[in-house]
Design a protein around this ligand. Structure first.
Ligand SMILES: C[S@@+](CC[C@H](N)C(=O)[O-])C[C@H]1O[C@@H](n2cnc3c(N)ncnc32)[C@H](O)[C@@H]1O
Length: 241
């Protein structure tokens, strides 16, 4: 607590230092909150554990478990018939989604990396809780979507890859989203760096691209009810109008 004569900037400095300290490895949530949430979180089952082990061994970027659970909960209550995920990775979120959506849902997930896709395929194959058909598509998502999704009507879209094409992807996908479809953008805060001094150049291309995407969605008349949740590394949600 600051005394009455102490400069208020000390508080701001302390906040900035704390934000910096969280930036690597803790997402945007304070470490003590993360530890507390760890105690409350459901114990991961063997398939999810195997995925996390593989991610640790091969240094694969994996979605935060709380963010994955939240997105799966949203999918479960939204009951989509067609779901698109961009950026399958080893299939961590794909698996959460495949367990959550109704059995008649088609879940399409795209990734340009054949090795990661093979790993995702193997995990999905061995999972006994998966309820829906899963189509893993290999290739550049812009090309895959331009060539093969003309008649799609997505009820839920997850832009989960960390790349610079997501504005293009959004423009391809938005016209093919059904009314009230849910748009989900994980990693929306990138360790808090997206929100730190938003006006200044961060020096990090991914952070800048993320700022651009967040602002693009927030000001796009095709989307409403935009909300940024500080879960994991930030999850941006929006509803297709
Ligand atoms: C952060 S991982 C996805 C994580 C995953 N959804 C999960 O549940 O943890 C990012 C993935 O994006 C993929 N990727 C790389 N470039 C891409 C691109 N241009 N478009 C889409 N995905 C891309 C990578 O191959 C990688 O598998």
């Amino acid at each position: 607590m600051l005394g009455p004569d102490e400069p208020a900037s000390r508080d701001a400095d302390a906040g900035a230092a704390a934000a910096g300290a969280w930036a690597d490895g803790f997402g945007v949530v304070a470490p003590d909150v993360v530890r507390y949430a760890d105690v409350l979180r459901s114990v991961p089952d063997p398939v999810l554990l195997a995925m996390r082990n593989l991610a640790d061994t091969e240094s694969v970027e994996l979605l935060d478990p709380d963010a994955a659970t939240l997105i799966a909960l949203l999918a479960r209550s939204h009951r989509p018939r067609q779901v698109l995920e961009v950026g399958t990775g080893i299939g961590y979120l794909t698996l959460h989604l495949a367990r959550a959506v109704p059995g008649d849902c088609v879940l399409t997930s795209i990734d340009p990396d054949p090795m990661r896709q093979a790993q995702a395929h193997a995990f999905l194959e061995r999972d006994e809780l998966t309820r829906c058909a899963t189509e893993l598509r290999l290739g550049d998502p812009v090309r895959v979507l331009r060539e093969g999704a003309a008649h799609a009507s997505w009820d839920m879209v997850v832009l989960g890859s960390s790349n610079v094409q997501r504005l293009d992807l959004l423009d391809i996908v938005a016209p093919r989203m059904s009314p009230d479809a849910l748009l989900v953008v994980p990693w929306a805060l990138r360790g808090g760096r997206v929100a730190n001094s938003e006006a200044a150049w961060s020096g990090d291309e991914l952070v800048e691209q993320q700022r651009l995407l967040n602002r693009y969605i927030a000001t796009d008349p095709r989307f409403a009810d935009v909300v940024l949740l500080p879960v994991g590394d930030g999850v941006l949600l929006a509803r297709r109008v």
